[in-house]
Design a protein around this ligand. Structure first.
Ligand SMILES: Cc1cc2nc3c(=O)[nH]c(=O)nc-3n(C[C@H](O)[C@H](O)[C@H](O)COP(=O)(O)O)c2cc1C
Ligand code: SF4
Length: 445
């Protein structure tokens, strides 16, 4: 069983409330951190090996060290609680059940970055969690952890909760900043990166909820102890949200040393495939990352065991690997249709494209239409190569990574399940029978 750092106290009744959180060791990391220098905290986070838990896995300490410090210009820390990647629901769990862990992490991180005004940007659909966070912030303030001159350290800090209006693109950090400024959530061209020009053109760091929560155990236990958990460049623990055709969907905290096979089949985690079915495939890190068929999910192309960590899941690049991404683990049993799921994802990305770049705006729409045709029995063999061509022209040619996120699932589905696309094209009547609902949708849209 993996060691727990973030969820170790989650079972304690009332842990959402300040008094109980504090009685169980809460806020001790703030006491410790405020006796350190900001640079020492940044160094500690660097040494811990913590990587951003929002998807890209960028080293957090390094990101913090990039923040510009022009004299007299305020700096900001923004917590990305948008959590809109399909299949990902770990941040929700953390904020809902142990909100003070995030507030504690935010205070330390704000101190390290010199942010006196920090923000939590939360997706609009998490309205009740925004209320939980607002209450936790008020409790922290009443008890002297926020406001002016915290613990007589000379450091002032306020945290504000800002609700989004329900757009996936607002999870992308620069779109999030635009939205926080009150504008339409369109991604910005980078550079300049937010560390130089972010919120209101001020130096800004954007970090995921889980990343900021992980700063608490790092300060409490020390960077070297944290770095010893896990393996290689996958240090510490990682929250995974597991869903799909498994016996035990839910949130699991793992230490990134367990194999994918253990994660799927062990009773401590997913508990195996539901209804005794066989495993067909899995999307290991949220809907944007490539799907892997069973043989590449359990073993790498070199016939080595595949582990639940950043390096092992990406082993072989996208030809034979995928990504740990945001930790949204979606499992498919033998009865699932990859073409249908790929269509569902293409539809999602078309809907969420902000429309600024032609390859993303036009390409996502074309891919959706072609996939819908194939899925309901109106495809042609040439459509498979056409799809491949379109996705390859989106990837890497857009302002923000939503374009890549739309292209990768299509590429991986064709790469690993081409015969399933061919089957659809050769068996149009079967497809029609299976997809009466989809057909109706085509007629009415
Ligand atoms: C389309 C899109 C959606 C994203 N959604 C989220 C999200 O919901 N939550 C998140 O933390 N990061 C999301 N990201 C990644 C952020 O842009 C950013 O890299 C992340 O918040 C940085 O935090 P980290 O370094 O702690 O991982 C998204 C990126 C893209 C391109
Ligand atoms: S890639 Fe798509 S979502 Fe991102 S900026 Fe371009 S059009 Fe908008």
């Amino acid at each position: 069983m993996s060691k727990k750092l973030l969820l170790q106290n989650i079972h304690i009744e009332g842990i959402r409330n300040y008094d109980i959180y504090r009685k169980n060791g809460g806020y001790t990391s703030v006491e410790k951190a405020l006796k350190m220098t900001p640079d020492a905290i940044v160094e500690e986070v660097k040494q811990s090996g913590l990587r951003g838990r929002g998807g890209a896995g960028f080293p957090t300490g390094m990101k913090w060290s990039f923040i510009a410090k022009p004299a007299g210009v305020p700096r900001h820390l923004v917590c990305n609680a948008d959590e809109s990647e399909p299949g990902t629901f770990k941040d929700r769990y953390l904020m809902e059940h142990i909100p003070h862990l995030l507030i504690e992490g935010l205070i330390i991180s704000s101190f390290a970055l010199g942010s006196n005004h920090s923000y939590i940007y939360i997706r609009g659909e998490y309205a009740w969690i925004a209320t939980i966070l607002e209450r936790a912030i008020a409790e922290a303030k009443q008890n002297g952890w926020l406001g002016k001159n915290i613990l007589k350290s000379g450091f002032d800090c306020e945290i504000y909760v800002h609700r989004g209006a329900g757009a996936y693109i607002c999870g992308e950090e620069t779109a999030l900043l635009e939205s926080l400024e009150g504008k339409r959530g369109n991604p910005r061209i980078k550079p300049p990166f937010p560390a130089i020009k972010g919120l209101w053109e001020r130096p800004t760091v954007v970090n995921n909820v889980e990343t900021l929560a992980a700063v608490v155990p790092i300060i409490n236990m020390g960077a070297s102890a944290y770095a010893q958990i896990g393996v290689g460049k996958s240090t510490g623990t990682k929250l995974l949200s597991a869903c799909g055709n498994i016996n035990k969907p839910g949130i699991y905290e793992i230490d990134m040393t367990i194999s994918v096979e253990e994660f799927i089949y062990s009773d401590a985690y997913c508990g195996g495939i539901a209804h005794g079915k066989k495993l067909k495939a899995c999307i290991p890190g949220g809907s944007s990352v490539p799907i892997l068929p069973t043989h590449l999910l359990l073993k790498t192309a070199k016939n080595e065991t595949r582990y639940m960590n950043y390096e092992s899941l990406s082993d072989g690049g996208f030809a034979t690997g995928s990504m740990l991404g945001s930790g949204g683990f979606i499992v498919f049993d033998e009865d699932q249709c990859v073409v249908k799921h790929t269509y569902t994802l293409a539809r999602f990305y078309r809907h969420e494209s902000c429309g600024q770049c032609s390859p993303c705006r036009e390409g996502t729409g074309w891919m959706e239409k072609i996939l819908l045709n194939i899925e309901h029995g109106k495809g042609r063999m040439s459509d498979i190569d056409l799809l491949w061509d379109i996705q390859s022209k989106i990837e890497g040619n857009t302002i923000c990574p939503l374009g890549d996120a739309a292209a990768w699932p299509v590429a991986a589905a064709i790469r690993h399940f081409r015969e399933e696309f061919e089957w659809h094209i050769k068996n149009p009547v079967e497809c029609l029978k299976r997809n009466y609902g989809l057909l109706k949708e085509l007629v009415t849209t």
